[in-house]
Every structure is written in structure tokens, then in C-alpha cells.
Design a protein around this ligand. Structure first.
Ligand SMILES: [Zn+2]
Length: 280
């Protein structure tokens, strides 16, 4: 009897889809709309012949075309935002609201032998500040062009070892929360670009080690770090699946792993959302 029941349920679901407005049925909304700190808000901008521009908190946001010529703003929400607050996306003189829900992130305790990576010396701090500045500027770049794909490919095949957003304590001292997603994979594993893009920054940084930034378009940016080897240079166009480098343990890392950041409108968001692995 079960197959019959599920067939009739499928029929009901299909009928519902037909009667709902197109945007409510959008697969982009269904998969990406996770309006929590460190999440994504998908805001319907309505139909238009040309792509509308949209901003949030004064910064341009990614706009993509949905089915039936509707446009959607894909807004990155930083971890630092206060849950429960009502936010407005501005587009063409209109204010389009979304509300930030709450999400609890767990704690992680890590022991590092290299104490300088917990409490850097004054020279290190100077270096860290300069490197942060360069990286933030990369995150703020906003280039035209539609991303090749919003649902991203995993950059490596392997189990997740540390989730996004965990509050991290190094040798008992709290530091910045985890801004990306870690995959446990051996050193030397090729790292593949999860969407097409352009290499906008490479570097060897105090915390991130060997690092590559790939701009997928309109502020949608991937960063890979702790690499043993970088296989691209700034300005390179990378196809979807193109190798940007190899897994390593450079910078502040306890062993080889692949750390991946995803950023929208200069907000680091949970990469798990884009590979359909988000957990509320
Ligand atoms: Zn990490």
C-alpha cells in the first residue's frame, strides 16, 4: 500500500506547486534561504526585464535570475549579527524585509604546541593586521557577472572535520569563530574550484597559510587555505572543477586538511548551505 500512498502524496505536492506563486517554489529559495547568523537570506525582488541592483547595509549584494524572469537577492549574513532583528534589502527605491532567526553554534577546544599561534608577538601582530587588510579588500571586491552555479561542488571529496561557526578556544583562550568548513583529506589532495571564477588573491598568511581567493562573481567568493602548493596565479580564469592547489597544513593548522570559506557581500557564510549539507 505504501507506494500508492506516496504516489497520491506526490500528486498533492504537485498540485500545490502549481497553485503557489513561482517564487515560493523556487529551488534557490528552498536550498539557500537560511536566514541565521552566518547564513543566507534569499529575497524576492520580483520580475524585471533587466537585473535590478540591490544593497544591504550599504553593500552591493548578489542578484540572480530565478525561474519566470523573477530576480532574487542572495544576501550573506555575518556571524556577528543580532538574531531576531528585521533587516531591509534596498532595491530600486524599495525596502524588502527579512528577519534573522537564531542559531546556536557549538564550542571546539584545540591545543596548539606553537604558542605564538595563540598569542602572536608584536611583529606577528603587525603582519596579521596587514594580511587581514589585504584579505578583507579581496572579500569586498564586487565584479559583474553571474556565477556559473549557485549550488557549489565540494572542493575535495572527504568527510567534514570541523563545521562553520564553531566557537573556538585555542589552549583555553577564545579566538574568532570558525569562518569556514574543514574537510579531513590527506596532504597533496587536489583542491577543485566549486564554481567557475577568477583568482583575485594568493598569499602565504600567518593564520591561513598558503591561500587562494576565487571570485565567482558579484561578491560571491571562495577562499581555500593551509595549502601545501598553489597551482594558480592572480588573474587566472578557473573553470568549475579546475584545480587551484593542493591540501596541506601551512599556517595555523594541527594537521593536513582543507579549509574553505564562502563569502557573500563581505560576510563569511556557512559553505554547507551551498553543498546541501546545512544543519539548522
Ligand atoms: Zn578551518
Amino acid at each position: 500500500m505504501l507506494p500508492l500512498i506516496s504516489r497520491s502524496l506526490a500528486g498533492v505536492a504537485l498540485a500545490l506547486c502549481v497553485t503557489l506563486p513561482a517564487h515560493a517554489d523556487s529551488y534557490i529559495s528552498r536550498l539557500l534561504n537560511k536566514p541565521v547568523p552566518g547564513g543566507v537570506a534569499v529575497v524576492d525582488l520580483g520580475p524585471a526585464a533587466q537585473a535590478p541592483k540591490a544593497t544591504w547595509q550599504g553593500k552591493p549584494v548578489l542578484v540572480v535570475k530565478d525561474q519566470d524572469a523573477r530576480w532574487l537577492a542572495i544576501v550573506g549574513i555575518p556571524l556577528t549579527i543580532k538574531p531576531g532583528t528585521s533587516q531591509q534589502v534596498n532595491s530600486g527605491g524599495r525596502s524588502l524585509p527579512f528577519v534573522v532567526a537564531s542559531k546556536k553554534y557549538p564550542e571546539q577546544h584545540i591545543t596548539l604546541k606553537n604558542k605564538r599561534q595563540v598569542n602572536p608577538n608584536p611583529d606577528d601582530l603587525k603582519r596579521i593586521e596587514q594580511e587581514l587588510d589585504v584579505q578583507v579588500r579581496a572579500y569586498r571586491s564586487f565584479t559583474p557577472g553571474t556565477p556559473s552555479n549557485l549550488l557549489l561542488d565540494k572542493p575535495v571529496d572527504g568527510p567534514l572535520s570541523s563545521k562553520f561557526g564553531v566557537r573556538r578556544f585555542f589552549n583555553g583562550e577564545e579566538r574568532n569563530p570558525h569562518a569556514g568548513l574543514d574537510f579531513a583529506v590527506p596532504a597533496g589532495t587536489p583542491i577543485k574550484s566549486p564554481a567557475a571564477g577568477k583568482v583575485i588573491l594568493i598569499g602565504n598568511y600567518f593564520f591561513n597559510g598558503n591561500t587562494v581567493f576565487v571570485d565567482h562573481g558579484q561578491g560571491f567568493i571562495s577562499m581555500f587555505c593551509h595549502m601545501s602548493k598553489i597551482d594558480v596565479k592572480v588573474g587566472d580564469a578557473v573553470p568549475r572543477g579546475g584545480v587551484v592547489g593542493r591540501v596541506g597544513s601551512t599556517g595555523r593548522a594541527t594537521g593536513p586538511h582543507m579549509h574553505w570559506n564562502v563569502s557573500l557581500n563581505d560576510a563569511r557564510v556557512d559553505p554547507a548551505i551551498f553543498i546541501n549539507a546545512f544543519q539548522p
